[in-house]
Design a protein around this ligand. Structure first.
Ligand SMILES: Cc1cc2nc3c(=O)[nH]c(=O)nc-3n(C[C@H](O)[C@H](O)[C@H](O)COP(=O)(O)O)c2cc1C
Length: 188
């Protein structure tokens, strides 16, 4: 599991508290079984009517796909993603399957998949860093998809580089106090 010095106001699962988004990666690869276990976690995310509108498209390092995925990221993300083992695009279908009507929760469901994936990766000690700093329209074309689909987020997966993280002065983020986030009945 990735470790942090975070503390929670109330006791919560360590996996949730310690998940964070490093950018320092060694460049080492991730074996297929481990990679598939991340998607396995993602596929168990809930969805409206269990429609399962979300898909995971991945590109391993040193492949043509990887370079294409990199090309749609903004420059800042391209720089630190060079040492990622895998880039994953999470995409969602805009219409439901059961009535083929617009399903407004499709990207919410993609977010649930993203979090499941990141928690699984982080709990196994891997970096999983989500990014929306990308050209989503170009990404959609790159995947050969029509606007029936939406690209929601890209995730960089890799092996954490502790020494490099220190060198880069990576800081582990905190959160607003719970009193500013959770309200009974109304927002004060
Ligand atoms: C939807 C989404 C988009 C993000 N986009 C980027 C991005 O383009 N580049 C980046 O370096 N980090 C990106 N992040 C990472 C956030 O900056 C990070 O999750 C946030 O600062 C909280 O830190 P933590 O994940 O370590 O808890 C994104 C995170 C989310 C959830």
């Amino acid at each position: 599991m990735l470790k942090t010095n975070r503390t929670s106001e109330y006791p919560i699962n360590e996996i949730i508290l310690n998940r964070w988004s490093p950018r320092a990666m060694t460049g080492e690869l991730i074996d297929d079984d481990t990679l598939m276990s991340f998607f396995e976690a993602a596929r168990w995310a809930p969805s409206s009517m269990n429609n399962q509108l979300v898909r995971f498209v991945y590109a391993k390092h040193d492949t043509e796909h990887f370079n294409k995925f990199m090309s749609v990221l903004v420059e800042f993300n391209q720089k630190w993603c060079t040492n990622a083992a895998v880039l994953v695009m999470i995409i969602s279908r805009k219409n439901s399957y059961h009535k083929n009507m617009p399903q407004p929760s499709h990207s919410l469901e993609a977010g649930a998949c993203m979090q499941n994936l990141m928690l699984e990766a982080s709990s196994k000690g891997y970096v999983a860093h989500g990014m929306t700093g990308m050209d989503k329209e170009t990404a959609l074309k790159l995947l050969g998809l029509t606007d029936e689909w939406q690209v929601d987020v890209m995730i960089a997966l890799g092996v954490f580089d502790k020494a490099k993280s220190k060198e880069m002065n990576e800081e582990i983020s905190g959160r607003k106090p719970l009193s500013q986030l959770a309200f009974e009945g109304f927002i004060s």
